[in-house]
Design a protein around this ligand. Structure first.
Ligand SMILES: C[S@@+](CC[C@H](N)C(=O)[O-])C[C@H]1O[C@@H](n2cnc3c(N)ncnc32)[C@H](O)[C@@H]1O
Length: 260
């Protein structure tokens, strides 16, 4: 089997992929019927799902803009998803072209689209690591080919940690932050547990795809233990430094926190 055949075999069009289902909620074009069916089934059980996907991207843009304006020049975007407008490098490099960004995902479909993530400003750089986010040391060692780990790094985990059990999520985040120097940041958001989001979780897991587990608030804040929360703290993401027309209320909470 050639490398191309092996690659094509790994991109399954008969089972939903998280990155493609997310792309369907975001109104993108990079998904198959099986992804659309699941996206629609979850939206039917939980109509707020599309608002959550949009709010998550909007939070990402505001948080990256805030950190780039505060002087952060390195970003590790874990669970990147398919490229969309205003990807992390575009936002960071629009403020500081010398910014370096490393994207991490384990879905071959994201790798197939990675050129769109690697269009760096010439002063900075971008790289893509195909890996399981739980292999923290392997991810960070590879990222260190692009990032200088003696300088602060913002670690982003946005709408991604729910693919892990809550305790594993907390452990993984702490291991990422342990590898980062003082002055680094965590940017995190995830869906909180309500009767409605539990219905969405059940609808999402009803197909032949890995589950996405919604969280108790303390299962999200537990990831930031020992870090300093940036104002306004841990809040629904629509209330994290909102800008006009941005504030549809959602059951997704997030935080930006600094490693002392
Ligand atoms: C719901 S999407 C969120 C994408 C993006 N962070 C955003 O907010 O727009 C979750 C992403 O995490 C990736 N992912 C899920 N489990 C992963 C794992 N174990 N290792 C690396 N990436 C993973 C999926 O492939 C998908 O691209």
């Amino acid at each position: 089997m050639s490398v191309d055949d092996e690659f094509r075999r790994r991109i399954r069009s008969d089972v939903p992929h998280s990155a493609r289902v997310w792309n369907a909620w975001l109104g993108g074009k990079d998904h198959y019927p099986v992804d659309r069916e699941l996206a629609e089934a979850v939206s039917a059980a939980y109509p707020q799902m599309v608002d959550i996907a949009r709010a998550s991207r909007a939070f990402q843009i505001r948080a990256v803009r805030h950190l780039a304006s505060a002087g952060v020049r390195q970003f590790l975007d874990v669970g990147t998803g398919l490229p969309v407008a205003n990807s992390t490098h575009e936002v960071a490099q629009s403020i500081a072209p010398e910014s370096r960004i490393v994207y991490v995902d384990n879905d071959p479909i994201v790798l197939a689209h990675a050129e769109a993530l690697l269009t760096s400003a010439s002063e900075g750089s971008t790289a893509y690591v195909e890996a399981d986010l739980s292999d923290v040391d392997a991810v960070v060692d590879e990222a260190a080919r692009t990032l200088d780990l003696s300088e602060p790094v913002a670690v982003l985990l946005l709408s991604t940690l729910g693919h892990l059990a809550p305790a594993d999520g907390i452990d993984v985040v702490r291991r990422y932050l342990d590898r980062m120097p003082s002055g680094s940041y965590l940017v995190l958001c995830d869906t909180v547990k309500t009767p409605q989001t539990l219905a969405a979780q059940e609808a999402y897991a009803s197909g032949d795809n890995p589950p996405y587990l919604v969280r108790e608030p303390e299962e999200i804040t537990g990831c930031a233990e020992g870090l300093e929360l940036v104002e306004p703290g841990f809040v629904p993401i629509d209330r994290w430094r909102p800008e006009e027309d941005d504030a549809v209320p959602v059951d997704q909470c997030g935080l930006v926190a600094r490693k002392p």
